[in-house]
Design a protein around this ligand. Sequence first.
Ligand SMILES: Cc1cc2nc3c(=O)[nH]c(=O)nc-3n(C[C@H](O)[C@H](O)[C@H](O)COP(=O)(O)O)c2cc1C
Length: 244
Amino acid sequence: MTAPEVRPLPADSVGLLEGLTTTRAIRRYTGDLMPPEVLRDILFAATRAASGSNRQPFRFIVLIDGPRAVAARRLLGERAREIWAGKGQREGYRSDAEPRSAKARMARTMAEYVGGFESVPVVVLTCLVRYREPAPMEGASVYPACQNLLLAARALGYGGVMTGFHRGIEPQLSELLSVPAEAFIAATITLGRPQGGHGPVRRRPLAELVFEDTWGSAPEWALDPPGTAYTAAGPPARPSATAG
Ligand SMILES: Cc1cc2nc3c(=O)[nH]c(=O)nc-3n(C[C@H](O)[C@H](O)[C@H](O)COP(=O)(O)O)c2cc1C
């Protein structure tokens, strides 16, 4: 019997820095399925992430359409709607407020996202296998893998978002999916083909986030590249930051 031919990783057309600065939370997907070979590529990239002592304590449970996947997705969908209802209320996300405001847009996106959670193309639960008592840095051995996963999706024309929708239902999910006692679910990630483009992420200006020598002291070189987009939380783009 000959071994099946295994495909190499495909070439991608997004440069690393471009990918890093344009990987946004994608919550709206087309109905396209994700072929197994694409999942292979994305999960391969995810599992290449760094972890403490290279222990590789991350594990990924991919939920597509098997009976347990469907049941888990239903639990997650119900929880997502509950969590969003609470947060939306607490933080004033109302789709009928000022319709073009960032909050109203987010409210509409989130309502659609959590409302159709069960039909997102793929859900990935990222887990961490504990080898010692919970420690402050343990997440550092699982979240780089989550980011690799999202970056690889971006590289291949897909997109996703990391969520905490498993919070509060870990026992039910663990039982349903046979997650062993020494492992915990660290993230719920949805993936699919984005409806619409990626575009640059919006963040605070570099100088608000990077210090030299002492806290609060921005280095002279902390100048955002031309065209940087800012969050509403940050100041509007300064002419010096966008010129050229
Ligand atoms: C630790 C973490 C938890 C997150 N939890 C959620 C979540 O529960 N639900 C959700 O829709 N997005 C979640 N996100 C996505 C963020 O809201 C999103 O990345 C952020 O608002 C920036 O948006 P952008 O990536 O589109 O620029 C989470 C992201 C991180 C890193």
